[in-house]
Design a protein around this ligand. Structure first.
Ligand code: GDP
Ligand code: MG
Length: 344
């Protein structure tokens, strides 16, 4: 996991937050401690999925001496039940069959390790279409414009609250733009999060053209010399043509005001909605130029395999995961951590 949101900011972070007197070794030790803590919290968040997988695996292996077709059928059922998707399930089973025929898989541990490797490969190869890392954008470009899109209720506003706190804590000046002007409550809710994070917010009255709010926010970000501008958007999908026109207009304005903006467009997906959420997400990626995924509410499901289905199906990197409703319940997605968390 990356402790620093943007590499260019590392100096500012270490001097302003950690104190000048810390040696590199101390900083590394501190980072390792944070990583351990985060590993534990992440592991807790996906414990429902892990328990479900391990219980089924134990049952499947109970009283069996060899890996035969009947066992593989049960394994298939187990994999499907975690929501990793049909395609991924077939890919994993193929790998397992190969391993069995080569006599490389004789026990449950060898089986787990083959499955882990397949899932890891999928997750690590999923970044090709998107932006896997904010450091890929020239650090001299300011503000870094991050748009957040997705249907209502998936957790966009909450994620923006968590993200702004995190990015701010790592030494960056953050500004929030409330461009979901469709519902009055949206801006109010975002204002509460901004207050909590101690981050300024640009908002206008309900019904204002979202692109106009964004234009305002971009001017304000430049005037304040903000490092990052995070943009909330309306999530309604019932009128796709409108939504597309709106998002496109916003992107055009962002790109006109700041080089290469928006630098990231994060699509928020609610893990609890599983395959249905993925179908909605697919619709969204058709209209918005999505560069990465935030998977929220991973703490609330035993079908946490959906992360793999999303990565494979949308071919986009999962950037962050939400593991609760509190401000620090957001993590940078780490494929290895995730896969280990599912099986260990
Ligand atoms: P929006 O309509 O997309 O802006 O969604 P909101 O940010 O308003 O969130 C909808 C609900 O989901 C709220 O009750 C949030 O507290 C909840 N929520 C968001 N992210 C998470 C998460 O990671 N875990 C859990 N358990 N709840 C979340
Ligand atoms: Mg919202």
């Amino acid at each position: 996991m990356a402790l620093f949101w943007r590499r260019g900011k590392q100096d500012k972070f270490s001097t302003s937050v950690l104190g000048l007197d810390k040696s590199i070794e101390e900083l590394k030790a501190q980072e390792a401690a944070v990583e351990r803590e985060i590993g534990v919290r992440f592991s807790n968040a996906i414990s429902k999925t892990r328990d479900s997988i391990n219980n089924r695996l134990d049952t499947i292996f109970e009283g069996r001496k060899k890996i035969d077709e009947a066992l593989l059928d049960e394994l298939e059922e187990m994999l499907i039940s975690t929501d990793i998707g049909v395609q991924t399930t077939m890919q994993v089973l193929d790998a397992v069959r190969k391993g069995v025929s080569r006599q490389e898989i004789n026990d449950i541990d060898a089986l787990k390790s083959v499955m882990k490797q397949e899932l890891l490969d999928i997750l690590q190869n999923s970044g090709k279409k998107g932006v896997a890392d904010e450091t890929s954008v020239d650090a001299a470009i300011k503000p870094y414009v991050l748009m957040v899109v997705g249907v209502n209720g998936v957790g966009k506003t909450t994620t923006i609250g968590k993200l702004s706190q995190r990015i701010k804590n790592e030494g960056n000046d953050v500004l929030i733009c409330a461009a979901d002007t469709f519902r009055a409550a949206a801006s109010d809710q975002l204002e509460i999060w901004a207050g909590r994070a101690g981050v300024p917010i640009v908002q206008q009255k309900q019904g204002t053209d979202p692109a106009a709010v964004l234009f305002d926010a971009l001017q304000s970000a430049k005037a304040r010399n903000s490092d990052v501008l995070i943009v909330d958007t309306a999530g309604r999908l019932h009128n796709k043509a409108n939504l597309m026109a709106e998002l496109e207009k916003m992107k055009r304005i962002a790109g006109r005001e700041v080089q290469d903006a928006p630098h990231e467009t994060l699509l928020v997906i609610d893990a609890v909605t599983g395959q249905n959420g993925l179908e909605q997400a697919r619709q969204f990626t058709k209209v918005a130029n999505v560069t990465g995924i935030v998977l929220t509410k991973l703490d609330g499901t035993a079908k946490g395999g959906i992360a793999v289905a999303i990565a494979k199906d949308l071919n986009l990197p999962i950037r962050y995961v939400g593991i609760g409703e509190q401000v620090d319940d957001l993590m940078v997605f780490d494929p290895e951590n995730y896969v280990n968390g599912l099986f260990n």
